[in-house]
Design a protein around this ligand. Sequence first.
Ligand SMILES: NC(=O)c1ccc[n+]([C@@H]2O[C@H](COP(=O)([O-])OP(=O)(O)OC[C@H]3O[C@@H](n4cnc5c(N)ncnc54)[C@H](O)[C@@H]3O)[C@@H](O)[C@H]2O)c1
Ligand SMILES: [Zn+2]
Length: 339
Amino acid sequence: MLDLSKYDRVFLLTDELVAKCCQPVLPLCGVQQSAFSSQLVLPAGEEQKNIQTVQKIWDWLFEQQATRSSLLINLGGGVICDMGGFAASTYMRGIAYLNIPTTLLAMVDAGTGGKTGVDFGTPLVKNGIGVFAEPVETIICPELLSSLPAEQLLSGYAEMIKHAILQSPEALAELLEYDLRKVATPAFGDVIRRSVAFKQSVVEQDPHDQGLRQILNFGHTVGHAIEALLLAKSQKSAKPHGWCVMYGMVAEAYLSHMICGLPTETVSTLSRFMLENYGAAPITCNDYEALLQLMLHDKKNKEQGTIVCTLLQSVGQPVTGQTVTPQQLREALEYLCSL
Ligand SMILES: NC(=O)c1ccc[n+]([C@@H]2O[C@H](COP(=O)([O-])OP(=O)(O)OC[C@H]3O[C@@H](n4cnc5c(N)ncnc54)[C@H](O)[C@@H]3O)[C@@H](O)[C@H]2O)c1
Ligand SMILES: [Zn+2]
């Protein structure tokens, strides 16, 4: 049971969908509804992740006279965790917050690591404003996943595969063989906690993202470009973040083979897993140049005209800061499209 006795009051932030699907499940996670002094239910969606919504959260906390000894609980996906974490860590110079992530992506990624914030600017910069601030705790409760659509589940699973491939052959084998129908079970809770522990160990060594933490970008150079391209084509062709990371990991595994000697078996195993669970990447050879342009503008590149990736020498042995040529990237995209 969660000990909330050291806080004068506890506030709950959530979104409309989560309030409906997950709030009734909260007692299974050791949290009673009676613990909350007040709750704010926001509309769901990334469009809400902005400074105007943060202002609504601050207004609510002021109206409710939250103090420096109060706690904000974020119950929701990455949007609620990121935005609630930011609102809490700036309200009265920072009050404690706790995350109860309800999507798999938020459990393994957004809910830990201390990155909080909102999208900002014109054109919109994702996570353009934010602060590093750790939650006092992140509660992993796999029962909350029972209402999550399969597409969202697979999105988070891709980030777990990423952690595993960076960690060890054993961690990767466990996930490749896991029966995905058993995710809302306590046994899966342990698998999630191991994935989170890996991220946590990386974050602890590099809390402000200046070095080692960059290994967590594996799959994201190509993945972010695919995500942006699909979104630019139409809202309908857009894919969840983790799906694009899955496609990106296959392309970057191929690059890792070309540049760092990653064994071909690893590239084939990952490719097979992608095809079986996510299907072929929704891009064609007509997209290569647009994808390259997006990658050339990635903020991780230090020099103009270069593309920098995290690659792998082997499973469990990532290398950051690898410069990749546009021609090598074309070859990797060709491989991805041939699958
Ligand atoms: N801070 C970090 O380190 C970090 C890392 C990765 C991603 N993120 C951020 O996380 C966000 C994406 O997170 P997300 O994918 O969780 O999106 P999200 O929070 O928008 O949730 C996705 C949708 O699922 C619904 N939902 C949530 N839990 C549910 C459940 N159990 N059952 C049914 N529906 C449920 C939500 O209402 C929402 O409509 C992005 O804004 C991204 O920038 C942050
Ligand atoms: Zn990601």
